[in-house]
Design a protein around this ligand. Structure first.
Ligand code: VG1
Ligand code: CO
Length: 545
């Protein structure tokens, strides 16, 4: 077998964002673009961390081509073993689990997660480390640095590797193991939850579910877990077959992109729980009969009831949320007498806290939640957690929400996205906010602003510092406005404004409350403070979730 050494020149834009490198498919297809990035990852790793690699993707357009390139390059770079999901499919949580149980050095995930798929849409690739956690900022910086000075890459001259059949093939010094994409993940879920109890509840119809896999990678996982293992009816999974274009949809599980699912939960025969997943299976939207659970409330309610699942029967050592995520979890942590950490957006910041048992549960406002069983967010896991709570409490989703609010108060939460802003305008807008914070000018603009800052995180484990992670405006009474720019887009900039309005008045404890309406004054203030319409020309957000 020939190993080809190919001369190349650097691209200047291979800096990983919130969650790996995401680009338009046409960019990824540029000559040597993907090869440069993959080689830069390998170059950034010490040679003793290039032995066992897990590889899989969310099945989107270009997955099949990209995965063959990654395999040929890993063989050329001397990996001893490659563990690959059948047909190239692995959800992000499944990759994280495989890295850990197979003692791999890391994993390469081919996914742009919630970004749409297809020839004119997005593709992505990210590297996870030996604990199964997304590459740290430090490793990402080394990968970017390597990409700026790359001059050659190595690639094996081999024909297409068959990923349809499970089994091992030896090529040169590399064993290529094609494995069942789902099986190990199911075993992991069985260690976290009481499957026999859940199965009984499905059999007696106390539990029922509708799971929208949005034609992305989660369909096979959801079918195995909910239908095959727990006995849910076979029509419980909708949009269950992975497709290259995700069926033309946008696999971002929120009330806008999974609207039909939400509407179906108002039917008389609606199941007890509904959930929707994102492209790579790491996020979850939770719905009850006629009601939506905001992600911050979901995280807090999981923490509140943590003891009922085997994984947490010994208790939680601590919890964490990303900075924009609602503070509901902090109130539970206080009640439990444990610490709640506040990290920048992106799962990579939870890895160190999980590895050192500072936390055992964490989540983000963008519908990502997970525990210490892996080092990624995990959509199916969150759904199993909710089912377990419903089973153990005998309450329905609305009752769980209302009793949570009655005890701890409610963070009414809303996110406004302003998409398609030019990068310069967005950067200026944020610069202006930074200035307002540093000069304390923001505080003077409204009598009810109690403080404001630019969020900086010092990792308590490795001491690394992440600055400029978003602007926080604190209001009297515990409400907040947060501003930050998205780090997952592939063309223009997206400004995200996060609104959190705290209430402890009983009249707000109804699940049908119109949240955008209830937070309208806060939204108006947020828009004025940042001079959104003057600076962007936009009079309303492109997306409200
Ligand atoms: C978004 C979310 C963030 C999430 C990230 C990756 O990032 O806000 O919470 O961790 O996507 O999730 P940003 O920078 O666009 O706000 V996924 O499911 O795309 O891997
Ligand atoms: Co995702």
């Amino acid at each position: 077998m020939n190993i080809n050494v190919v001369k190349t020149t650097p691209y200047s834009d291979q800096n990983p964002g919130t969650s790996g490198l995401r680009k338009k498919v046409a960019v990824i297809q540029k000559p040597n673009y993907l090869e440069n990035f993959v080689q830069s990852v390998f170059n950034a790793l010490p040679s003793d961390e290039r032995n066992i690699l897990v590889i899989g993707g969310d099945g989107r357009f270009y997955n099949n081509i990209a995965i063959q390139i990654v395999i040929r390059m890993a063989v050329a770079n001397g990996y001893k073993r490659l563990i690959i999901g059948q047909n190239g499919l692995l959800s992000t949580p499944a990759v994280s689990n495989l890295i850990r149980i197979k003692q791999a050095n890391g994993g390469m995930i081919l996914s742009a997660s919630h970004n749409p798929a297809g020839p004119d849409q997005d593709f992505g690739i990210k590297y996870n480390n030996e604990n199964g956690s997304p590459a740290s900022n430090t490793l990402s910086a080394s990968i970017f640095a390597a990409s700026l000075e790359i001059s050659q890459y190595t690639i094996a001259d081999i024909s297409e590797v068959n990923l349809r059949d499970i089994g091992d093939v030896v090529l040169n010094r590399t064993t290529i193991s094609v494995i069942d994409s789902v099986q190990d993940y199911i075993e992991c879920m069985k260690r976290c939850f009481d499957f026999p109890k859940l199965r009984k509840a499905f059999a007696s119809e106390r539990l029922s579910i509708r799971f929208d896999a949005m034609h992305a990678v989660t369909g096979p996982y959801a079918r195995s877990v909910f239908v095959d293992e727990l006995g849910a009816s076979s029509d419980s999974i909708i949009n269950g077959e992975p497709r290259e274009d995700f069926g033309g949809g946008h696999p971002d599980p929120n009330l806008v992109h999974a609207k039909a699912l939400f509407e179906s939960m108002h039917d008389a025969n609606a199941p007890v729980l509904a959930a929707a997943s994102d492209g790579d299976g790491d996020r979850n939207m939770i719905l009850g009969q006629g009601c939506f659970v905001s992600p911050g409330d979901s995280l807090a309610i999981l923490a509140e009831h943590h003891k009922i699942i085997p994984q947490f029967k010994e208790g939680l050592c601590g919890v964490a949320r990303s900075m924009p995520t609602s503070t509901a979890i902090d109130r539970i942590a206080e009640d439990l007498g444990i610490q709640s950490f506040e990290t920048p957006t992106g799962w990579k910041f939870f890895g160190n806290l999980l590895d050192t048992s500072n936390i055992s549960l964490c989540g983000e406002e963008s519908f990502g939640t997970s525990g210490n069983h892996i080092r990624e967010k995990d959509g199916v896991w969150a759904v199993l957690f909710w089912l377990s709570i419903l089973e153990a409490s005998g309450k329905n989703v609305s009752q769980l929400l209302v009793s949570h609010w009655q005890r701890f108060g409610r963070s009414m939460y809303c996110r406004l996205d302003y998409e398609g802003i030019s990068a310069d305008v967005a950067a200026d807008l944020m610069k202006n906010m930074q200035f307002g914070v540093s000069e304390s000018r923001l505080i003077l603009k409204h009598t009810n602003i109690a403080g404001a800052d630019s969020f900086e995180y010092i990792d308590p484990v490795d001491g690394s510092v992440s600055s400029n992670q978003g602007i926080r405006v604190f209001l009297t009474g515990g409400s907040r406005i947060v501003y930050r720019l998205s780090g997952t887009g592939t063309d223009s900039a997206t400004l995200r404004i996060y609104l959190e309005q705290y209430t402890n008045s009983a009249q707000d404890f109804v699940t049908s409350l119109d949240i955008p309406n209830a937070t309208a004054d806060l939204a108006k203030m947020a828009v004025e403070l940042a001079e959104i319409s003057q600076r962007t020309g936009m009079t309303s957000p492109s997306l409200v979730t």
